[in-house]
Design a protein. Structure first.
Length: 234
C-alpha cells in the first residue's frame, strides 16, 4: 500500500536518509526502529510532505504522492501523528478533533467519524470540553491519534506515540494500534520501545545513520543478536 523506493532526504545540503527502501502492505503493522538521530522522524516528515527535500519515490497504492503538498496528503489517505503530538494546546478536545477533519471528504462525514473516535477512545468523549494542554500525556496522545483518525486515513504514520507515557498508557496504546488494524488501517510506527513494538508489529526495519540495515519479522528481529546488543540492551 505504501512503498518507498531509494529515498534520499536532505535538510538543505545535509543528507539524513540514504537510499531508503521499504514497503507496508495493506493491513500490516510495520515498525521502524533505530537509535536517536538515525533519521526516523525525518522519514516520517518526508512521507508526510514536510520539511525535507528528497529524491526517490514515495508511492501510495502505486501512485506517486510527490505532487501532493503536506496538507493534501491526508485526503490521499496518509496521515501523520507527529513526535510530541503537536496538539493545539489552547483548544479543547472537540476543537482539536474538528481540525483533524479539515479535508473536504473527511469534513462531510465528520459527525459519524467523531462517534467512531469516541467509541474507540472513550476518554475523549468524557473530556470533550477540556483544553488539550491540561490533559495528561497519555490522554494527549489519545487525542493526537483521535485527531488523525478524524481525517479518515488508510495509512497511519505514528512517530513515537509512547514517548514519556506511563506503562499503563503504553499498553493501552499498543492495544489501540492492534484494534486499528482490525478496523482495516495500515500502520507504520516509529518506536523506541523496541521490545513492545517488535512483539506487536508484523515486520520491522532498523534504521542506522540514515540507512536501513535490517529488515524482518518482528519476532525474528527480537531474537537477532546484533539488534539485541544495539537496541534492546540485552
Ligand atoms: N530541521 C532540521 N534541520 C537540520 N537537521 C535536522 C533537522 N531535523 C533533524 N535534523 C537532523 O537529522 C538527523 C536525524 O534526525 P531525526 O529527527 O530524523 O532522528 P530520529 O531518528 O527521529 O531521532 P529521535 O529518536 O531522537 O527522535 C539528526 O542528525 C538531526 O540533527
Ligand atoms: Mg524522532
Amino acid at each position: 500500500m505504501l512503498e518507498v523506493r531509494h529515498l534520499n532526504a536532505f535538510y538543505g545540503p545535509v543528507q539524513v536518509l540514504h537510499d531508503v527502501s521499504l514497503s507496508v502492505a495493506a493491513g500490516e503493522i510495520v515498525a521502524l526502529v533505530g537509535a536517536n538521530a538515525a533519521g526516523k522522524s525525518t522519514l516520517m516528515f518526508t512521507l508526510a510532505g514536510l520539511r525535507t527535500t528528497h529524491t526517490g519515490e514515495i508511492l501510495l497504492d502505486g501512485v506517486a504522492i510527490d505532487p501532493f503538498a503536506a496538507y493534501e496528503r491526508p485526503s490521499r489517505g496518509l496521515v501523520l501523528v507527529p513526535e510530541r503530538r503537536r496538539l493545539f494546546p489552547f483548544m479543547n478536545v472537540l476543537e482539536n478533533l474538528e481540525v483533524g477533519a479539515y479535508c473536504p471528504a473527511a469534513r462531510s462525514v465528520a459527525r459519524k467519524t467523531l462517534d467512531e473516535v469516541f467509541e474507540l477512545l472513550p476518554v475523549l468523549a468524557e473530556r470533550r470540553k477540556q483544553v488539550a494542554g491540561s490533559m495528561s500525556g497519555g490522554e494527549q496522545q489519545m487525542l493526537a491519534i483521535g485527531r488523525a483518525l478524524m481525517a479518515k486515513p488508510r495509512v497511519l504514520l505514528l512517530d513515537e506515540p509512547t514517548e514519556g507515557l506511563a506503562p499503563i498508557y503504553v499498553k493501552l496504546l499498543f492495544d489501540l494500534i492492534v484494534n486499528l488494524r482490525v478496523k482495516g488501517l495500515t500502520v507504520l510506527i516509529v518506536e523506541q520501545n523496541v521490545h513492545h513494538v517488535l512483539h506487536t508489529a508484523d515486520r520491522a526495519y532498523v534504521l542506522e545513520n540514515g540507512h536501513i540495515v535490517m529488515e524482518g519479522k518482528g519476532s525474528a528481529l527480537l531474537n537477532d543478536e546484533r539488534l539485541k546488543t544495539a537496541y534492546l540492551g540485552l
